[in-house]
Design a protein around this ligand. Structure first.
Ligand code: SAM
Length: 255
């Protein structure tokens, strides 16, 4: 069960403290924790927040959490799958978690989909994925995940965490990432832009004309047609998206 649910428990107290401080620099009204496990990080979060709602799937761990925090009024447990939980229901929140790595991407997607309801997110994840989130154009790690995340949030790689900080140790290095939602959205229709970005990077080695034609049909000529998406910065992709939307008038790309 443990390995299947990505259960690697953080045991290094200095790291737990740093994660909690990054999430709650000041006292926070609401923190949503994903995958509290045995409550190691939770114990630091309840010290720094008025309310901590923790979503845990494993019912044995959930029972342990109920006992551990029975006398902690700030603590609330939701026993269930985070991917089936409506994260909007508590309102604007800081979202934190030492993530179960097998569902890092869908958790990220759900957190970002919160839009302005996400105050900030602090996630411990595979270092390789963290580097992709933060990557700039021209780097090996730059791709859809970088564009999708940076379109909505400022991404900061805070620090690395070695396998020995966990029990049992995972096979990969990990890193803590801070996502701060942009106050003013970069695009007027985020879900349309996200679909466009996914199409642009659909086949990494194909150029933009090929990747976009497969989804949207013929769109006339545009200067970047022979480039690959990875050669364009986020701002350039946004600019291209706007131009193509106008070009095909009404039949908006990504909608
Ligand atoms: N936060 C704890 C810590 O730092 O020691 C545990 C982190 S462990 C990497 C991931 C946790 O997520 C486990 O407790 C696991 O049971 C839980 N989990 C796995 N899949 C989940 C899901 N779909 N929904 C909610 N929790 C899940």
């Amino acid at each position: 069960m443990g390995q299947r649910l990505g259960q690697h428990f953080l045991v290094r107290t200095s790291i737990l403290d740093r994660i909690a401080r990054a999430a709650c620099e000041e006292r926070e009204p609401l923190v949503v924790e994903i995958g509290p496990g045995r409550g190691a990080l939770t114990a630091y979060l309840v010290e720094r927040a008025e309310r901590v709602v923790a979503v845990e799937l494993d019912h044995i761990l959930a029972a342990g959490l109920r006992l551990k925090f029975a006398h902690t009024p700030q603590f609330e447990l939701v026993e269930g799958d985070v991917l089936a939980t409506d994260l909007r229901q508590w309102g604007r929140a800081v979202v934190v978690g030492n993530l179960p790595y097998y569902i890092t991407s869908p958790i990220l997607e759900r957190a970002l989909a919160l839009g302005p309801l996400l105050k900030r997110a602090v996630f411990l994840m595979q270092k390789e994925v963290a580097q992709r989130l933060a990557a700039a154009p021209g780097s090996r790690d730059y791709g859809y995940l970088s564009v999708r995340t940076q379109a909505q949030a400022d991404v900061r790689l805070l620090f690395s965490v070695p396998p020995r900080a966990f029990q049992p140790p995972p096979k990969v290095d990990s890193a803590v990432v801070l996502l701060t939602i942009r106050e003013r959205p970069l695009v007027e229709d985020m879900s349309a832009f996200v679909k466009f970005a996914a199409a642009c990077f659909h086949q990494k080695r194909k150029n933009l004309r090929n990747n976009l034609a497969a989804v949207y049909g013929e769109m006339g000529d545009f200067a970047e047609a022979r480039l690959r998406a990875e050669q364009l910065s986020l701002d350039q992709l946004v600019e291209l998206w706007r131009r193509l939307r106008e070009l095909i008038g009404g039949r908006a790309i990504g909608t």
